[in-house]
Write a protein that binds this ligand. Structure first.
Ligand SMILES: *Cc1c(COP(=O)(O)O)cnc(C)c1O
Length: 418
C-alpha cells in the first residue's frame, strides 16, 4: 500500500477501517482533558467498557446466591472456566480439549515444566532465546537448579549475530540441531518482548521434535497480537497471559495449551489439584488423582471468578472482531507507523527500528533503539500525553493495537516525535 504523511490521509484510512467502531468500546485515560495516545497494549491493554458490568454481574451472583452461585444463575461458577475455552482456542488456534484458562503465566510455565522438562544425564539442556523476558529466565534457571544441573551448562541461549538485532531462523535451527541430542526442552517466546520479533514457531517446533526434545512457547506478547496455529504447529505446550493484547485486567488470568497428543496420558508427571481431577468424581473427595482429559487435567484450583469475568468480556470482543481481521488492520496500522517513522528519521540518526522490517516477522509492536538522549525523549512524549514504554537500556516500545488505536494517532504520535 502507498502511504502518505499527512493528516487527511490518516483520517481517510480511519474512515475506511471496518474495525474503527471498537475504539469506542474502550476507556482511555485522560491527559489535559483529552484521551491519551495509548501505545502500551503490549504491557497492559485498555479497559473494555463491558468489563465493569461483567464484574458487577458476578458480585450480584455472589450476593444473590452465596455458595449456591456455584450451581445457580446464568453462569454457574462450577464450570465457569469452560465458558472461556472456545474463545481462547480461536485466539491461539487450538482444539477445545487442548486449552484451559487458569492461574497466571509464570505459574503455568512452571507447571508445564514439571510435565515437560524432565532432564536426564544425557538430555538436560534447555534451548531458548537470549534476552528472554526475565520471568522466563528465572523460571528456566530455577527449574534447572531444582533438577541439580548448572544453568551455565544446561541453558543454551541463542543471540543475534554481532551487529544484528534479531535472531535468524537458520541460527535457531542450527543450534537445535547442534545441541539436539542433549536437549530436553526447546523453550521460546512467540514474540520477543524487547525487539518485537515474531519467531517461526512452526519451524522451531519441527526442529525441536526432530531432535527428540519437547517444545514449549511463551506467548505473552503473541496471544491476541499475531495469528497462531498451535494445534497445527504442534508444540507440546504453550502459556500466555490475557492482560497485554487481550485487555483482560491487570494480573488477569493465563491460558495454557497442551497438545492433544498428551491429552489421554495420565502417566505424564504433574503437580495436581482438585480441579484437575475427573469432574464426575471430584466431589467424592476420594484418594487417588485421576486427571481430566486434556489441558483441564492440569488445573489446580477452582476459578478466580472476577478475573475470569473480565477475561470473558474481552474475549467476546475478540470473537466479534475476528483475529484475522485484527491482524489485517494491525499490518496496515504498524506499516503506517513504520512509514511515518522512516519519514521523520530517514537516515536513522536519531533512532533505529530494531523490530524486523518484514511484517510477517513481527506483531504490532515497533521497538525504537534511541541514542543517549532516549530517556529524555521518552519523558517528553509522556509529558505530552503519550503512553508508550521504556525498556532499559534504551528502547522505546510503541504498540499500535488494532482494536483501539487509529491511523490518525500514528500521525499525531510521529508529529510529536518530530
Ligand atoms: C508479561 C510476560 C510475563 C509476565 O508473567 P506473569 O506471570 O503474568 O507476571 C512472563 N513472560 C513473558 C514473556 C512476558 O511477556
Amino acid at each position: 500500500m502507498h502511504f502518505k504523511n499527512d493528516l487527511a490521509f490518516a483520517q481517510e484510512l480511519d474512515r475506511q477501517d471496518p474495525l474503527r467502531g471498537y475504539r469506542e468500546q474502550f476507556i482511555f485515560p485522560q491527559h489535559d482533558g483529552k484521551p491519551v495516545l495509548y501505545l502500551c497494549g503490549n504491557s497492559l491493554g485498555l479497559q473494555p467498557v463491558t468489563v465493569r458490568q461483567a464484574l458487577l454481574d458476578e458480585l450480584d451472583q455472589w450476593a444473590t446466591y452465596g455458595v449456591e452461585g456455584h450451581f445457580r444463575g446464568e453462569r454457574p461458577w462450577m464450570h465457569y472456566h469452560k465458558q472461556l475455552t472456545q474463545q481462547a482456542c480461536s485466539v491461539v488456534g487450538a482444539l477445545p480439549h487442548e486449552v484451559v484458562v487458569m492461574n497466571t503465566l509464570t505459574v503455568n510455565l512452571h507447571l508445564m515444566m514439571v510435565s515437560f522438562y524432565r532432564p536426564t544425564k544425557q538430555r538436560y539442556k534447555i534451548i531458548m532465546e537470549a534476552g528472554a523476558f526475565p520471568s522466563d529466565q528465572y523460571a528456566m534457571e530455577t527449574q534447572v537448579r531444582w533438577h541439580g544441573f548448572d544453568p551455565a551448562d544446561a541453558i543454551v541461549e541463542i543471540a543475534p549475530r554481532p551487529g544484528e538485532d534479531t535472531l535468524r531462523t537458520e541460527d535457531i535451527l542450527a543450534t537445535i540441531e547442534r545441541e539436539g541430542a542433549q536437549t530436553a526442552l526447546v523453550m521460546f517466546g512467540g514474540v520477543n518482548y524487547y525487539t518485537g520479533q515474531f519467531y517461526d514457531l512452526d519451524a522451531i517446533t519441527r526442529a525441536g521434535h526432530a531432535a527428540g526434545a519437547y517444545v514449549g512457547f511463551d506467548l505473552a506478547h503473541a496471544a491476541g497480537n499475531v495469528p497462531l496455529h498451535l494445534h497445527e504447529w504442534g508444540p507440546d505446550f504453550a502459556v500466555w497471559c490475557s492482560y497485554k493484547y487481550m485487555n483482560s485486567s491487570p494480573g488477569g488470568p493465563s491460558g495454557m495449551f497442551v497438545h492433544e497428543r498428551h491429552a489421554n496420558n495420565p502417566e505424564i508427571p504433574r503437580f495436581a489439584g482438585w480441579w484437575g481431577h475427573d469432574e464426575q468424581q471430584r466431589f467424592l473427595m476420594r484418594k487417588g488423582f485421576k486427571p481430566m482429559h486434556g489441558a483441564e487435567g492440569w488445573q489446580l484450583s477452582n476459578a478466580q471468578i472476577l478475573s475470569f469475568a473480565a477475561h470473558r468480556a474481552s474475549l467476546d470482543m475478540f470473537e466479534k472482531a475476528g483475529i484475522n481481521n485484527l491482524r489485517e488492520k494491525s499490518l496496515k496500522l504498524t506499516g503506517y507507523l513504520e512509514f511515518l517513522l522512516d519519514e521523520v528519521n530517514p537516515s536513522g540518526q536519531r533512532f533505529r527500528i530494531i523490530t524486523p522490517r518484514n511484517p510477517a516477522e513481527r506483531g504490532c509492536q515497533l521497538s525504537l533503539l534511541t541514542d543517549n538522549n532516549g530517556k529524555a525523549l521518552f519523558d517528553k512524549l509522556t509529558a505530552q500525553g503519550v503512553i508508550a514504554d521504556w525498556r532499559e537500556p534504551n528502547v522505546i516500545r510503541v504498540a499500535p493495537v488494532p482494536l483501539y488505536n487509529s491511523f490518525e494517532e500514528m500521525w499525531r504520535f510521529v508529529e510529536m516525535l518530530k
